[in-house]
Write a protein that binds this ligand. Structure first.
Ligand code: TEU
Length: 591
């Protein structure tokens, strides 16, 4: 009897789970936890300081886990927390198996991870494997002599061959990606600053070191990795001359595309998958620098056995004046182009693979300043609009901490206020060539990375409740009214709106898996789309402009009367049109 019941339950379970997967297979393949998750990115340096040194730390994050849990997010991605001299805030690692002193100890880490799991929060760490710090033991050894066993962990060009062919070094004042090392009379390669020498993935021993380190963290119980500039890891080690003409003809004019196509890249990612990723139920996401819609599938299709997801740069790099360093077009950006980019990226993952969606992170200015309107009149409305966009698109949302409060750019007006190696080196470069440093500072108010790195705003006390000491980077003066304490009390706050939207996404899987269809493509003010999944049908309407706009309902679209969310108190409807207020965002059921 007992046996028969067990058998019947097993059959029922099998039928149920098949049905569950079938529904999800409408458009996107198998259901996975990381497809349904909302990732919340925490910049540890700026989240919460527990020991009064002005720098955020792991115990600080621990003390705020209840807050993070209250948001309804599923995964926390922490920017690098490993030992580092901090030339690039942790993206220059000197020991991959230890915690940065500023952030605490390994014991703090273990406690934090346990506390996260107790709250059903998953942890994703940053894997910085394209380069290490020049203060890493491997590099110290490698640079000590040409015959050192670690020499081949990095890329060298012996000076007797003459100067190496140009490669860019992102954070260098002279723009060069080669640094001369007089002790061994050779240049070494660094795609970022000279403090970040590129690791030589062509060396199998180096690859094994990285895999072993990844297993070390997985065995501790982490739930995945965000992989820093992972498309860059493989290089043509003959270092051929690369001309602008070649870049234009084969790489859409950009070094990023060239670097993202190294000869061994996919072989190494497959190897990493079989040696590490396939052995754990973790998630992996590539920072997709240089990845295009043509190459994306090679990274993320399940049958490739490489990575789960990537986040592309096309959405975030657009809107700048071509040929200038992160100068925003004074006319603003074209919503039609914005829609085209996100629609194109959605469509490539319609049948295969899986996408992501984000508007801010530690490398970007605050999303409301860049993509919304941070004037006092529209900051709250437009923040909510952007949050609505992120949480109603298909693909896993990556949401940057502070955006849920509607934090905006700090807009420093002197270089001395900046901490970021990118801003400081670019300033020097412009100064050295007699360029317009004033114009640069103006442009940085819109685009600098430090805008997104100012301390998190907890309350209206001194230093925004982030620390008891002056923080490593100035607090945005808006903290007196943009902060958690104030927004908790306000039912109409950005914070409570974010929570509501997350609940909505969790209870309407159409928002996760549903087919995305763009409506009214050429409308320059309204971003309208539907999400449909079986019987669930939702219309998303977003007015990206600061004017009220009459939106004629297209033929074949029948909005119901149920408003799932609205960032205004009401919605003005006419017989065949809807009037959207400035920056209004609504979700309506469709008949
Ligand atoms: O960013 C990769 C990268 O290409 C950056 O230069 C990015 O384009 C730039 O920040 C945009 O302004 C990753 C990390 O996310 C970044 O924080 C690091 O500085 C960089 O790698 C080096 O590790």
């Amino acid at each position: 009897m007992k046996n028969t019941i067990t058998k019947i339950s097993l059959v029922c379970l099998a039928i149920l789970s098949a049905a569950y997967n079938l529904r999800a297979q409408d458009t996107t393949g198998e259901r996975k936890w990381w497809k349904e998750a909302v990732v919340y990115q925490v910049y540890p340096r700026s989240f919460k300081d527990s020991d009064g040194d002005g720098i955020g730390d792991l115990k600080g994050i621990l003390s705020k886990l209840d807050y993070i849990q209250s948001l309804g997010v599923d995964v926390i991605w922490l920017n690098p927390i490993f030992s580092s001299p901090n030339a690039d805030n942790g993206y220059d690692i000197s020991d991959y198996r230890n915690i940065m002193k500023d952030f605490g100890t390994m014991q703090d880490f273990d406690v934090l991870l346990k506390a996260m799991h107790q709250r059903k929060l998953k942890l994703v760490l940053d894997l910085v494997a394209n380069h290490s710090s020049n203060e890493h033991y491997w590099f110290k050894q490698a640079s000590s002599s040409r015959t050192n066993p670690y020499r081949n962990y990095y890329h060298w060009w012996n000076a007797e061959k003459g100067k190496p062919p140009f490669r860019p070094g992102a954070f260098e004042v002279d723009g060069s990606g080669w640094h001369f090392d007089s002790l061994t009379n050779a240049y070494y390669l660094h795609s970022f600053s000279y403090k970040q020498p590129d690791l030589n993935w062509e060396n199998p021993q180096l690859r094994q070191e990285i895999y072993s380190m990844m297993r070390f963290w997985f065995d501790k119980g982490i739930d995945g990795f965000r992989m820093d500039v992972i498309p860059y890891i493989s290089k043509d080690t003959s270092f051929p001359v690369v001309t602008q003409q070649l870049l234009d003809e084969k790489y859409e004019g950009g070094w990023d595309k060239y670097f993202a196509g190294g000869p061994g890249l996919h072989q190494y990612l497959k190897e990493m998958n079989s040696e590490v990723l396939s052995k754990y139920d973790g998630m992996s996401v590539a920072e997709g620098v240089g990845v295009t819609t043509k190459t994306a599938h090679n990274f993320v299709d399940a049958d490739r056995h490489e990575l789960n997801m990537l986040y592309h740069y096309e959405g975030i790099n657009f809107g700048y004046v071509p040929g200038k360093f992160k100068v925003m077009d004074p006319k603003g950006y074209s919503l039609v182009e914005f829609k085209n980019i996100y629609t194109k990226w959605d469509s490539i993952f319609e049948q295969k693979g899986w996408g992501t969606i984000y508007l801010g992170n530690h490398d970007q200015p605050r999303m409301v300043s860049r993509w919304g309107n941070d004037s006092p009149q529209w900051r709250v409305r437009s923040s909510k609009l952007l949050t609505t966009f992120i949480l109603t698109m298909r693909g896993t949302p990556y949401y940057y901490s502070g955006d849920e409060l509607g934090m905006s750019n700090i807009k420093f007006d002197k270089i001395e206020d900046y901490n970021d190696i990118e801003s400081i080196s670019m300033y020097e470069q412009i100064k050295n060539r007699g360029g317009d440093t004033k114009a640069f500072i103006e442009a940085q108010k819109v685009s600098a990375r430090d805008n997104g790195r100012t301390p998190f705003q907890w309350d209206s006390t001194r230093y925004a409740g982030f620390s008891t000491a002056a923080p490593w980077l100035k607090v945005n003066p808006e903290y007196t009214y943009v902060n958690v304490a104030a927004e908790e009390k306000d039912t109409a706050s950005c914070l409570n709106y974010f929570r509501k939207l997350i609940r909505l996404r969790k209870t309407n899987l159409a928002l996760v898996y549903g087919k995305y269809t763009l409506l009214d493509r050429n409308n320059a003010a309204i971003y309208a789309y539907t999400r449909t999944w079986g019987k669930e049908k939702i219309l998303v309407l977003l007015n990206f402009s600061k004017k009220a706009v009459l939106w004629p309902i297209p033929a074949g679209i029948q909005p119901g009367t149920r408003l799932l969310i609205n960032n205004y108190n009401s919605l003005q409807r006419q017989k065949n049109a809807i009037v959207l207020q400035p920056y209004q965002a609504v979700l309506i059921n469709l008949l």
